[in-house]
Design a protein around this ligand. Structure first.
Ligand SMILES: *Cc1c(COP(=O)(O)O)cnc(C)c1O
Length: 385
C-alpha cells in the first residue's frame, strides 16, 4: 500500500469526472435528477449509490468523506458542518434521556458545555472522571452508560489518557469508545489500534490547514453500529472542496508542525524566564513515555508554558511580532492565546483553580513557519518584557 502522503494526493474519486477534471469540482447544487421513478426509489432506499438531495449527500462532500475514510482505514465516514456538529450527531445517535456518558472535565470547553448545558436539560447525565485513572472510569460505568468520550491530547492541559486501559474497559462493558482526535488526526494517531470505535475530527483545524473553513468528520471504525445522519448539519460543498485541498498536504504540514513544536518546547524549557513547559514530547512530561508509545516521536502542535504572572503573559503576547494573537489551533500560522482570560473567561477564578487552569499559562499552537523565526520571536518577546 502507498504511504499516507501519496494516498492523500492520488486517491481516485469513486466516479470519473465527465470532463476528466483531475479534482472533483464543487457541486454547488441541491437536487439531482434521475431518469426513472424506480431509480429515485432505489436511491432513497439506499440500494443505489446515487445522490438525490445535498443535505443527504453531495458528490464534492462524498469525495472528501471517501478520502478521509480511506486514509484513516475506517469503515464509514460522515462529514458535517463543524466539529461540534460531529460531536452532537454522535451523542444524539448513541444516547437518550435517562442515560449517561463518561468523560473528563479536561475536554474542549464547548464539548463539555454541550454535554452539561445543552444535553443536561434533555436528561443526559455527564459523569466526569480522570481519564488517566482507569479505576475511576470503571466506577462511573453502569447499565445506562452509552459512551466513554475522550480526546487524544487534551487542550490546554495536554493530558494523554491511558488508552489501553480505557479501550479494555470499553470492550469489557460493551460501551462505545468515542475519541475526539482533532489535536492529533489519524495521521499522527491511529486510534482504532487502541480500540476506539467512533472517531471525531474538527476538520476546521489540521485538515483545512490554513483555517479556510469550518467542518467536522465522524469516522466509524466498524466495531459498533452506524451513526445516523439525522440532524441536517451537512457540510457545504465549497467547504468540502477546501478541506480536500488541505487533506492533500496534511502529513507534510503535521511533520513540520511536530518538528517545530519539539524545538520550541526545548527552547522554552531551557529559558530562564519560563517557569514550566508542558508538551508530551518533552522528557519532563508525565505523559512522555505513553506519548512515545502511542504517537512515536510526533506529539502534535500544541504546547503550554508558564510565566511569572498574568501581566507577564500579556506583555509577552503583546510584544510578539510574528506569532499571531488568536484562539484557533493547528493553523498554518503559529498562534498564541492566554486561556484563562479567553477560552475559560466564563469561569470564575475559583472554578478555574478547580479545573487546574493556571492564570500564568500561555498556549501556543505551532504552525509550519521556519522554527528559527518562531524561536527568535519568542526570544525577543521574553527579553523585552
Ligand atoms: C475546535 C475543536 C472542536 C470544535 O470544532 P469546530 O469545528 O470549531 O466546531 C472540538 N474539539 C476540539 C478538540 C477542538 O479543538
Amino acid at each position: 500500500m502507498y504511504g499516507f502522503a501519496t494516498r492523500a494526493i492520488h486517491q481516485r474519486p469513486g466516479k470519473k469526472d465527465v470532463h476528466g477534471s483531475l479534482r472533483v469540482p464543487v457541486y454547488d447544487n441541491v437536487a439531482f435528477e434521475h431518469d426513472t421513478a424506480q431509480s429515485i426509489q432505489l436511491a432513497f432506499e439506499g440500494k443505489k449509490p446515487a445522490h438525490t438531495y445535498s443535505r443527504i449527500s453531495n458528490p464534492t462532500v462524498e469525495d472528501f468523506e471517501q478520502r478521509i475514510r480511506e486514509l484513516s482505514g475506517s469503515l464509514a465516514c460522515l462529514a458535517v458542518s463543524s466539529g461540534m456538529a460531529a460531536i452532537n450527531a454522535t451523542i444524539m445517535a448513541l444516547a437518550e434521556a435517562g442515560s449517561n456518558i463518561v468523560t473528563t472535565k479536561k475536554i474542549f470547553g464547548n464539548t463539555l458545555s454541550l454535554f452539561e448545558k445543552t444535553f443536561g436539560p434533555w436528561g443526559l447525565e455527564t459523569r466526569c472522571v480522570s481519564m488517566t485513572e482507569p479505576a475511576e472510569i470503571e466506577k462511573a460505568i453502569d447499565k445506562q452508560t452509552r459512551a466513554i468520550f475522550l480526546e487524544s491530547i487534551t487542550n490546554p492541559h495536554l493530558e494523554v489518557a491511558d488508552f489501553e486501559a480505557v479501550g479494555t474497559l470499553a470492550k469489557k462493558y460493551g460501551i462505545p469508545l468515542v475519541l475526539d482526535n482533532t489535536v492529533m488526526t489519524p495521521y499522527l494517531f491511529d486510534s482504532k489500534k487502541v480500540g476506539v470505535n467512533i472517531e471525531i475530527l474538527s476538520s476546521t483545524k489540521s485538515i483545512s490547514g490554513g483555517a479556510t473553513s469550518v467542518g467536522g468528520v465522524i469516522l466509524d471504525h466498524g466495531n459498533r453500529s452506524d451513526v445516523l445522519r439525522n440532524t441536517g448539519s451537512c457540510l457545504a460543498p465549497h467547504n468540502a472542496y477546501l478541506q480536500s485541498l488541505g487533506l492533500e498536504t496534511l502529513s507534510l504540514r503535521l511533520d513540520k508542525t511536530c518538528t517545530n513544536t519539539q524545538k520550541i518546547a526545548e527552547f522554552l524549557e531551557a529559558h530562564s524566564q519560563v517557569s514550566s513547559v508542558h508538551y508530551p514530547g518533552l522528557k519532563s512530561s508525565p505523559y512522555y513515555e505513553r506519548a512515545v508509545k502511542l504517537f512515536g516521536n510526533k506529539c502534535g502542535g500544541l504546547l503550554t508554558f508558564d510565566l511569572g504572572s498574568k501581566q507577564t503573559c500579556f506583555a509577552l503576547i503583546d510584544s510578539l511580532q510574528l506569532i499571531r494573537r488568536a484562539t484557533n489551533i493547528n493553523d498554518n500560522k503559529t498562534l498564541i492565546v492566554h486561556p484563562a482570560s479567553t477560552i475559560f473567561a466564563e469561569y470564575s477564578e475559583e472554578e478555574q483553580a478547580a479545573m487546574c487552569l493556571r492564570p500564568t499559562m500561555l498556549r501556543l499552537s505551532v504552525g509550519i513557519e521556519n522554527s528559527e523565526d518562531l524561536i527568535q520571536d519568542l526570544q525577543k518577546g521574553l527579553e523585552n518584557r
